[in-house]
Design a protein around this ligand. Structure first.
Ligand SMILES: C[S@@+](CC[C@H](N)C(=O)[O-])C[C@H]1O[C@@H](n2cnc3c(N)ncnc32)[C@H](O)[C@@H]1O
Length: 268
């Protein structure tokens, strides 16, 4: 038995060799096949395959993160997972932070609406020799997890589904949210645009007392890394060809990375 529940009837899911199968306690057994990559689609009826980030954005994020540019953030998340039983990474993307957490916790569930990202995450975990992970297509707003079943929920640059996160957290479990800080990527924006503002604080934070710390560091990025960074951000979707050309002309750029890290405990 796992912490997973059937997205159709909500009954517990058991792992079989090639599938997850529910108990059928409500009269009908539902079965969800595991792909060759080990992932499973537990998104339920409302899932649209186009949901999630587009493939080029996923590929850029993969290249950038795996080059280690955000390693201090990964280390901070790994510390937060250290010694915990089950952790859910909600909106896990291609699993860079999930894998960092999985090295330090008992079991890691990664959920994302992007099938491609989830598949990459599973392959990364396999390449790292981790057998304590399961990556699944699912929405953060409808996690296929039992009530009070995990010790921590991580939400890293992903939508915050407050009610759902507190539903799946055990009492005393930790919600950990990582979001862009006010200074994050300031120089990248300054290279693209004439007028630049600092980032506004995140607006969709849970309405509960949160402990906040900020992790800030800067790195000088060579052209390739700068391009990957740009392509993984929303700026690549809204910049003019002129702005893109300005960025492409740079051989390197020193960029500030700043992350707001919020944490709170589930009380019930
Ligand atoms: C900016 S990426 C962050 C990915 C990963 N946490 C990271 O930091 O590398 C946001 C992720 O949230 C996913 N996402 C967006 N809406 C979602 C939803 N409703 N449910 C699950 N995942 C979602 C996207 O597919 C994408 O992978």
């Amino acid at each position: 038995m796992t912490a997973l529940v059937c997205p159709v009837c909500g009954e517990p899911l058991s792992a079989r060799e090639r599938a997850f199968v529910c108990t059928g306690a409500r009269g009908r057994i539902h079965s969800f096949d595991r792909g060759a990559d080990g992932t499973v689609n537990l998104a339920g009826g409302g899932y649209r395959p186009v949901s999630g980030d587009p493939p080029d954005m996923v590929a850029a994020r993969c290249a950038f993160l795996r080059a280690g540019w955000y390693a201090p953030l990964a280390e901070r998340l790994a510390e937060a997972a250290d010694g915990l039983g089950a952790v859910a990474d909600a909106g896990c993307g291609e699993g860079f932070y999930s894998v960092a957490a999985a090295r330090r916790c008992g079991f890691l569930y990664g959920f994302d609406l992007s099938k491609k990202a989830v598949s990459r995450a599973a392959k990364l975990a396999r390449a790292e020799g981790l057998e304590n992970t399961l990556f699944s297509v699912a929405s953060v707003y409808s996690l296929p997890l039992a009530d009070r079943s995990v010790d921590a929920v991580f939400s890293v640059f992903a939508p915050v589904a407050e009610e759902e996160f507190f539903r799946v957290l055990r009492p005393g479990g930790t919600l950990f949210i990582a979001a862009a800080g006010t200074e994050h990527l300031y120089e990248l924006k300054a290279a693209l645009y004439d007028t630049v503002r600092k980032n506004a604080p995140r607006a969709d934070l849970p309405a509960v007392p949160l402990k906040k710390e900020t992790l800030t560091f800067s790195r000088t990025l060579p052209r390739d890394a700068l391009r990957s960074l740009y392509r993984m951000t929303p700026y690549s979707r809204r910049s003019s060809p002129e702005s893109e050309a300005k960025l492409a002309a740079l051989s390197e750029l020193t960029v500030t990375f700043s992350f707001d890290l919020y944490r709170c405990e589930a009380t019930k």
